[in-house]
Design a protein around this ligand. Structure first.
Ligand SMILES: O=C(O)CCC(=O)C(=O)O
Length: 287
């Protein structure tokens, strides 16, 4: 008898303090890719982010969503990089299209398995904008992810810097792109960030609810939110501290997240250098 493939399971974490996610306002942005000019590029470099409110049209969003749902429903049996919530493990085989999506924590490395998701991650206008934000260097996408926060249950992604998770040498420009597939609001867990704080450089990360910046370093800071309609996106610097709260609403929040670095930038062979700057779980530090 053949064994069922083993599932990727996320065990879950405690609830965060509500004070960690009380933005003072919404972030700056433009409507379309065509509106990105020198002032917007300067804003990105100064503040560490830029919003494009209508980056993708409804047909492009619909296609990406259908590609995602097909992967979740196992239409490509070779694709297994889906991480499910531990609580849903026992009932997964019984779940239909809607409920199965809400059992997913995240999905990774799918673009080579799903042309509709590859299309959005390599959209010509997106790539052109990333090229510009990388300082006119040809981009290479090195990470693709989809993140689902089901109604009421969707968990926090604690405050962190994405570069803490990547092995690029310090100083390598990294652009994150976060794309809303559903409307993303403060209530259902849109992105929140600390404008300009990418300039402070690497922060020590600790193993708490996740590998994250210490809550006491975030409390009292003036964070900004990026509420987005479906098809809106956030560009953000790999050193920008950001997080997303628990979904306290009745509305599901599905999003894509891609990361790009210059194609000619080499990665360090291991995490030693990175952990010197961002800290490690094994370090003798508490938080
Ligand atoms: O979409 C989310 O909830 C958080 C995404 C994020 O910041 C990450 O995975 O690094």
């Amino acid at each position: 008898m053949s064994e069922a493939p083993s599932l990727l399971i996320d065990p879950g974490a405690d609830m965060h303090a509500p004070e960690l996610y009380q933005p003072v306002g919404a972030g700056f942005g433009v409507e379309h890719f065509e509106d990105i000019g020198p002032a917007e590029i300067e804003h990105y470099h100064e503040q560490g982010y830029l919003i494009v409110r209508q980056a993708f049209n409804p047909a492009e969003v619909r296609d990406a969503l259908q590609g995602l749902v097909d992967l979740i429903m196992g239409k490509n049996p070779e694709f297994t990089s889906i991480m499910f919530e531990a609580k849903a493990q026992a009932i997964l085989p019984t779940l239909g299209v809607e409920a199965r999506q809400d059992a997913v924590r995240k999905i990774m490395f799918f673009v080579e398995h799903e042309p509709r998701l590859k299309a959005i991650s390599h959209h010509p206008q997106l790539i052109q904008a990333v090229h510009t934000l990388l300082g006119a260097r040809a981009p290479q996408m090195f990470q693709d992810m989809a993140l689902i926060k089901p109604p009421r249950l969707g968990r926090e992604k604690p405050w962190h810097q994405d570069n803490a998770y990547f092995n690029y040498p310090l100083g390598t420009p990294v652009v994150g792109v976060w794309i809303a597939l559903d409307e993303a609001t403060i209530e259902n867990g849109c992105m929140q960030f600390l404008p300009g704080q990418h300039k402070i450089g690497p922060r020590i990360h600790f193993q708490r609810r996740d590998w994250q910046i210490c809550d006491t370093d975030i409390l009292g800071q003036r964070s900004v939110a990026a509420p987005l309609k479906p098809g809106g996106l956030l560009f953000f610097n790999g050193l920008l501290p950001h997080g997303t709260p628990h979904n306290s609403s009745e509305k599901r929040r599905r999003a894509l997240q891609f990361h790009y670095a210059p194609a000619d930038a080499a990665q360090n062979p291991d995490s030693e250098e990175r952990l010197k700057h961002f800290g490690s779980e094994g370090k003798d530090v508490t938080c």
